[in-house]
Write a protein of this length. Structure first.
Length: 95
């Protein structure tokens, strides 16, 4: 099975607690390989993304991102939350 990066997009929380509001606005699964894979643009309602990686990888976020092995690392089996502007994309590559 191809390793993937699971991406869940969330709206802004209405509480001061560090939580996200379920269900996600949208979910994407990006193939992780030796080539940079780019997501669809984040939804106009997206404020936060949750990332979960099947394998060690690196990520990049931007209008036209290209992940390289020198981009922000994300370890296998780890999850991370990031605030992101709507409309941007995420790229992932194996490391």
């Amino acid at each position: 099975m191809q390793p993937v990066l699971h991406v869940a997009e969330f709206v802004a929380s209405t509480t001061s607690l560090p939580v996200v509001t379920l269900p996600p606005v949208r979910e994407q699964s990006l193939a992780i390989s030796g080539k940079s894979t780019v997501s669809r643009p984040f939804s106009e309602n997206t404020h936060t993304v949750r990332l979960y990686a099947d394998v060690d990888c690196t990520i990049d976020v931007g209008e036209a991102p290209e992940a390289t092995t020198r981009s922000l690392p994300l370890g296998a089996g780890s999850e991370a939350y990031f605030s992101v502007p709507a409309g941007l994309r995420l790229a992932v590559i194996a490391r």
